[in-house]
Design a binder for this molecule. Structure first.
Ligand SMILES: O=C(CCC(O)(O)[C@H](Cc1ccccc1)NC(=O)c1ccccc1)N[C@@H](Cc1c[nH]c2ccccc12)C(=O)O
Ligand SMILES: [Zn+2]
Length: 590
């Protein structure tokens, strides 16, 4: 083996140059497929991805030549990142091709899935079924969309998924990892991640239980005792979202003090005919206001921010794209004109901001400090943007009242998104890690999924589910080979970041009223972290920003403190939790 550090540095420089030439070609082919799903474009993408995989394999072999023992920290870290190359580690090219085609096929099935009322009348997830789940209060109509979607994209995915699991585990073994879940967890560079996450969830579950009891009572008032049991789990299709992962669309039915002005900007966005472009420009302006880098011209020229109307099939699930040529950065999103998508735009733009901030780093460091960091950036800014004061100052809320009741309404709206999301974002990869490590076998995929959905979310399916169903694949990230624990981690650390940025901005008063708009100091603190990309372990970067090294639920609990007190009082007399009546089932849908 080679102990010559000079040669290692030479090797790294050559990779860095080569990657910026080869990378864009493959990413462009993936972009073309994602924005125009055809067999031809899939073949083109697969061909390019195979070439990049071969190059990654060569790079891995090259990096393995070196004995890193006495190399500098940075050279060692860059070489180490080259050793783990994901799917490309599959030694058998036939299997690698099979895996790529499986992934493309599952992603295409999800992205083109639809539920039909009649032969000619079919509805896709985005925007139609999403809108039905958000706005219908008809138990049977909600069930039609919920069950139809699972029949359309869940059931047919099972066979592909089982083969996908085998191949992903083979690739993990080729990366010296016992299974794919272990490989995905290795990105967090801590050896007790699962224990840390379990401790965080234990700390947060009482708050979720309070919110669950409150919302359940309101749904009981709405749907009656045939469909909602005030002591049991909630039917999964009543929460305003296809996966019950965010309950924000129930706000009108659960708002604590109805007499106060709304905090939902959807009516204004629609009445004033805001366009997706204008929504993106408002987001970009916020990033600029705190001194971050604005979206480049190529971003505005090449992004796809609306669902095409020319008949093209596209992957509508939002994503942010870096072409590692220091020039091209894009967002692909089928933007709907509502608050949900206004927030998602900030989420996606947060990814692009991270790309822009770390673009001078070596390519191997073009990642988040950990995947949760990448998911948190946009959401942190959205916490400021969402404040009624801020929305009022940019003309998206016509009236704002600042008193205790209005504050509780606001905190409820944020909790319906952030607190409701915690169990879902935790359980999804608990299930998937179990699938990868073999503790969850194909004959129980669906049963174990619903066991976890009951245990953590306190929900149950509106009808009996069997192993003929495969409900996990009704969620994009399961169909699209995208890990999910990153969002659970993001929802915790984004409040740590928010608190640090608010302190830096000189904010005084409650954390939930903080808006870092126009604070160059806050922006500088954030940029200093973002610029580092993956060059330093995330605890070091967490310490630079917040003064301590761990994930900590404290700032989240501080943010929601007034609502926690309000819920405890409001829920006096409620039977908290959902294991009081495990035999109850809702009445069958019509
Ligand atoms: O999936 C997303 C947004 C999509 C994404 O930006 O996270 C996207 C997912 C993806 C990953 C890989 C391939 C294709 C899509 N991630 C990125 O675009 C991305 C880009 C660079 C680095 C890391 C992630 N949000 C999650 C949950 C969520 C977290 N915060 C939110 C805020 C608003 C709405 C949803 C969410 C969901 O919809 O269930
Ligand atoms: Zn994201």
């Amino acid at each position: 083996t080679n102990t010559n550090e000079e040669e290692a540095i030479q090797f790294l420089d050559e990779f860095n140059t080569e990657a910026q030439i080869r990378g864009p070609v493959a990413i462009e082919a993936a972009w073309t497929y994602n924005t125009n799903i055809t067999d031809h474009n899939q073949r083109q993408m697969t061909t390019e991805l195979m070439k990049i995989a071969t190059y990654a394999k060569q790079t891995q072999l090259g990096a393995q030549q070196f004995d890193r023992t006495n190399f500098s920290y940075d050279v060692n870290r860059q070489l180490e990142k080259m050793l783990y190359i994901g799917d490309a580690a599959l030694n058998n090219p036939v299997e690698l091709l099979e895996l790529m085609e499986l992934k493309a096929k599952m992603q295409a099935r999800y992205s083109t899935g639809e539920v039909c009322l009649t032969e000619e009348e079919c509805y896709p997830l985005d925007p139609d079924l999403t809108e039905t789940m958000a706005s219908s209060r008809n138990y049977d109509e909600l069930y039609w969309a919920w069950d139809g979607w699972r029949d359309a994209v869940g059931v047919p995915a099972r066979q592909d998924f089982e083969r996908y699991v085998e191949l992903k585990n083979k690739a993990a073994l080729a990366n010296d990892q016992p299974d794919c879940g272990a490989f995905w967890r290795s990105w967090y560079e801590v050896d007790n991640l699962e224990e840390q996450l379990d401790a965080l969830y234990t700390q947060l579950s009482p708050l979720y239980t309070q919110l669950h009891a409150y919302v359940r009572r309101r749904l009981y008032d709405l749907y009656g005792p045939d469909y909602v049991n005030p002591r049991g789990p909630i039917p999964a299709h009543l929460l305003g979202n296809m996966w019950a992962q965010s309950w924000i669309n129930l706000m009108d039915d659960v708002v604590p003090y109805p007499g106060k002005p709304s905090v939902d900007i959807t009516p204004v966005l629609q009445e004033e005919n805001y366009t997706p472009l204008q929504m993106f420009e408002i987001s970009d302006e916020f990033f600029k206001s705190i001194g971050l880098i604005e979206m480049p011209q190529e971003f505005w020229d090449e992004s796809m921010i609306e669902k095409p109307t020319d008949g093209r099939e596209v992957v509508c699930h939002a994503s942010a794209w870096e072409f590692i040529n220091k020039i091209d950065y894009r967002i692909k999103m089928c933007t709907d004109i509502n608050m949900d998508d206004f927030i998602t735009i900030h989420h996606e733009m947060g990814h692009v901001e991270y790309f822009l901030q770390y673009k001078e780093q070596p390519v191997v460091y073009h990642t988040g400090a950990n995947p949760g960091f990448h998911e948190a950036v946009g959401d942190v800014l959205a916490l400021s943007v969402s404040t009624p004061k801020h929305l009022n100052s940019i003309g998206l809320l016509k009236e704002v009242v600042e008193d205790y009741e209005a504050d509780i309404n606001y905190l409820m709206s944020i909790a319906l998104d952030k607190i409701a999301f915690l169990p879902f974002s935790y359980l999804l990869d608990l299930w998937r890690w179990g699938v990868f490590d073999g503790s969850i076998t194909p004959d129980e995929y669906n049963q174990k999924w619903w066991d976890l959905r009951l245990q953590y979310q306190g929900i149950l399916p509106p009808t009996e589910r069997t192993e003929d169903d495969f409900d996990p694949a009704s969620k994009y990230h399961v169909a699209a080979d995208t890990p999910y624990i990153r969002y659970f981690i993001s929802y915790i650390i984004q409040f740590q970041f928010h608190k640090a940025l608010c302190d830096e901005a000189g904010h005084e008063g409650s954390l939930y009223t903080c808006d870092i708009y126009r604070s160059e100091e806050a922006g500088q603190l954030l940029a200093n972290m973002l610029q580092q990309g993956g060059s330093l372990p995330w605890p070091d970067q967490m310490e630079q920003m917040t003064g301590q090294r761990d994930m900590d639920a404290g700032p989240l609990l501080e943010y929601f403190e007034p609502l926690i007190n309000w819920l405890e009082e409001e829920n006096e007399g409620e039977e908290l939790g959902w294991d009081h009546d495990t035999t109850w089932r809702p009445k069958e849908p019509g």
